[in-house]
Design a protein around this ligand. Structure first.
Ligand SMILES: Nc1ncnc2c1ncn2[C@@H]1O[C@H](COP(=O)(O)OP(=O)(O)OP(=O)(O)O)[C@@H](O)[C@H]1O
Ligand SMILES: O=C(O)C[C@@H](O)[C@H](O)C(=O)CO
Length: 319
């Protein structure tokens, strides 16, 4: 089997992004369709940067499922472990609202979605062992059997020395019980090598204890993580290493069209740079540059930048 740089596991869905910008959703009449879903976006983003990427997911056996798999194939993502749901479950849909560059929101249709029915039987353990890293998404933990699929995949990865990246990716809609979020997310965070999330997502992970970034990382460094990145939106990001270093990343100013998609493009740029053995400081730059490009464009997946676009942006800002 070909060696993969990265496998992402979780939802692959469809985004419908409002064409009429600066308007509430009620008045939006037309949308453009893109592939979406955080782990799918990261798979597309990293593949576009030249990494060898695969994804494990479950989609509907209908036109939306076909659209997602075809797009992922064309993006160069290995879709061998994209399972088709045979029980009539649907691919998740996300409608976006762009009221202004500061006021963006997403409305998710995720009842009985196929991706949360991903099961341990949907993929072979050997597939995971062919990868350098496995990225799992927090939303995939929100329900069984997808929850068990994540735990199993992470255990296989750890047994075979595959790096585990946990993207907290908290989406409130899919969690049924408040008390479950922090329990399951924390279990995976403790097992991961790298944890990525926004400050708000770390609050969810910790059960809203109101911890500072320093307190959050101190707790996790007692477990497996060796690198933790806490994102603060337009204020930038902070990377913490187990050795006690803190490296700050700045956001690159741009003409913002919408804010969603920032997290997935940031993860793509960051992971790419880490795989290319760049410094953490540079990886934060690659992540921030990728995010800056994506927030200035209409989609979260199609808009993912190339290496030269990222490097050009960094050069321009540093010059
Ligand atoms: N308005 C912005 N302009 C430029 N860069 C931005 C902007 N917002 C976010 N970024 C960049 O993207 C990174 C990640 O953003 P953020 O913390 O909002 O992630 P997120 O909440 O996971 O994103 P998403 O909205 O996609 O869920 C930031 O650290 C920053 O570098
Ligand atoms: O993550 C999702 O399911 C929706 C995304 O595809 C959407 O584009 C977004 O919010 C990205 O942050």
């Amino acid at each position: 089997m070909t060696k993969l740089d990265l496998i992402t596991l979780g939802r692959a869905a469809v985004d419908f992004n409002a064409n009429e910008i600066n308007r509430p959703m009620e008045e939006t009449m037309t949308f453009t369709k893109y592939v979406g879903g955080s782990p799918a976006n990261v798979a597309i983003g990293t593949a576009k940067l030249g990494l060898n990427v695969g994804m494990i997911s479950r989609v509907s056996s209908d036109q939306h499922g076909n659209f997602v798999v075809d797009y992922m194939d064309r993006a160069g993502v290995d879709t061998k472990y994209f399972k088709r749901d045979t029980e009539g479950r649907k691919t998740g849909l996300t409608f976006t609202e762009i009221k202004s560059p500061e006021e963006c929101s997403i409305l998710m249709y995720r009842d009985n979605v196929a991706d949360l029915y991903l099961s341990v039987d949907d993929f072979d353990d050997d597939y995971i062992t062919t990868a350098d890293s496995l990225l799992v998404s927090g939303t995939a933990l929100s329900q069984s059997p997808s929850r068990e699929a994540v735990f199993h995949a992470v255990d296989v990865a750890k047994r075979h020395g595959v790096e585990v990246i946990f993207e907290l990716d908290y989406r409130p809609y899919t969690w049924k019980r408040e008390e479950e979020k922090s329990i399951y997310m924390m279990e995976i965070a403790k097992k991961a090598d790298i944890v990525l999330g926004t400050r708000d997502e770390f609050d969810v992970l910790e059960g809203d204890k109101g911890l500072s970034d320093d307190e959050s990382v101190k707790h996790l460094f007692n477990h497996s993580p060796k690198l933790i990145v806490i994102k603060h939106g337009v204020k930038g990001s902070k990377a913490f290493t187990r050795e006690g270093e803190m490296i700050e990343g700045k956001a690159y100013k741009t003409e913002v069209l919408k804010t969603f998609g920032a997290g997935d493009s940031f993860a793509s740029g960051f992971i790419y740079a880490m795989k290319k053995e760049k410094s953490i400081e540079d990886a934060l730059k690659y992540g921030s540059a990728a995010a800056s490009i994506v927030v200035s464009k209409h989609s979260s997946s199609e808009a993912m930048p190339t290496v030269s676009e990222i490097e050009e942006l960094i050069k321009t800002h540093e010059g």
